[in-house]
Design a protein around this ligand. Sequence first.
Ligand code: AMO
Ligand code: AMP
Length: 441
Amino acid sequence: MRAYLDAHGFVDIETPMLTKATPEGARDYLVPSRTHAGKFFALPQSPQIFKQLLMIAGFERYYQIVRCFRDEDLRADRQPEFTQLDVETSFLSQDEIMQLMEGLAVTLFREVLGVELPQPFPRMSYQDAMRRYGSDKPDLRVTLELVDIADLVKDCDFKVFSAPAKDPGGRVAALRVPGGAALTRKQIDDYTAFVTRYGAKGLAYVKVNQSASGREGLQSPIIKFLSDAALAGIVARSAAADGDLIFFGADSAKVVSDALGALRLKVAQDLSLAAEGFRPLWVVDFPMFEWDAEGRRWAAMHHPFTSPQTDDPAQLNPATALARAYDMVLNGTEIGGGSVRIFRQEMQSVVFGLLGIEPAEARTKFGFLLDALRFGAPPHGGIAFGLDRLAMLMAGADSIREVIAFPKTQTAADLMTDAPTEVGEAQLRELHIRVRTPPPA
Ligand code: AMO
Ligand code: AMP
């Protein structure tokens, strides 16, 4: 990676670890200051703001292999500290950045694994990815797709289907399981329990025994609710052959996409349907904002410095705005994410406003960035790759912990060194800290 970037005129620059909060959607790890009583550094969630400042300072191509810190819920592909290849460029379009970074990924796989990634990487909109795969990081090794059937069932007598089919925020979709007519009751029950974890309230199904016989050739507890036309339409649209089974999801669009998207991968794994090899793609046209139902506010889908596709702040509708953001996805894992940035102070202030960041708060948190934008910033954009995730995929490992020396557990602890630990009273005093010990459980 260094060789590729050096050859393309990038400069390797280090940025501080003891710094101020950089929002990437996680909680910060804080470091108390001894010399400034009651004040704290934050460890960087990413060098995002620094690399933008480097662009404004006139470095046109920057990279850094850098540790990032995020206090968030851990999963198989997440660690509280992890390493990014962080990149930023000036004066390149979204397309040019993506091509340069695609070349980096291709070179990496060629040189390290002797693997030729299929080029050009396909590009898919966020909306298409959700519709066809129920995920914003589709695993293209699996060819099964979700198909929408709301129009076929919106007038049927089965409320479970007709209600979400008529609801603009709802979704009714089908997933074909090749050879699935042979699934036992127990296996179907297990899949039903599986989708419940994603919020689904059930998992209706139809077994296609002999489609030429119409209704008589189908087997399912819900057939009685569906018209001949609806049944024929569902079989045709899902491309089900005799011996297949069709699963259904009906709920809010989010629940259906999450549940059937996960079921698609689970079924593919159980039936060994995934092809061998590496299947990269770009996911583009992400929404700018997502609604945080708990906080009752809009949140940035990528981060607050991402440019909307419109250049006119007055046109920015949080419910519909799309971002100049892109993710590189490999075999169902997001290995990199980036965007073209906002480079005008006016747009940055409007976006902060939509995110509920008041002008005074914006000044306290990001005044140095707003000032720099005011002095004239070049159009710029970049990306960061998750190197641990890349190593995991390249090594064929199932968890990021397999490719990190001294990884942390699911609760963000290091059991070997026993970190984090209590510290002595003298040290706390020096840091001006009094600990509120949690009440005994
Ligand atoms: P983002 O938050 O998408 O973007 O992160 C970029 C990439 O870093 C990896 N990653 C992680 N890997 C392991 N454990 C984690 N907890 C973790 N979190 C993220 C992923 C992800 O694709 N500043 C922006 C980049 C930019 O806009 O240029 C950023 O950090 O592979
Ligand atoms: P019920 O009418 O609740 O007995 O459900 C009949 C069938 O529909 C069962 O197979 C359920 O698993 C399935 N089902 C119920 N709710 C949903 C839902 N929201 N999405 C998909 N299938 C469902």
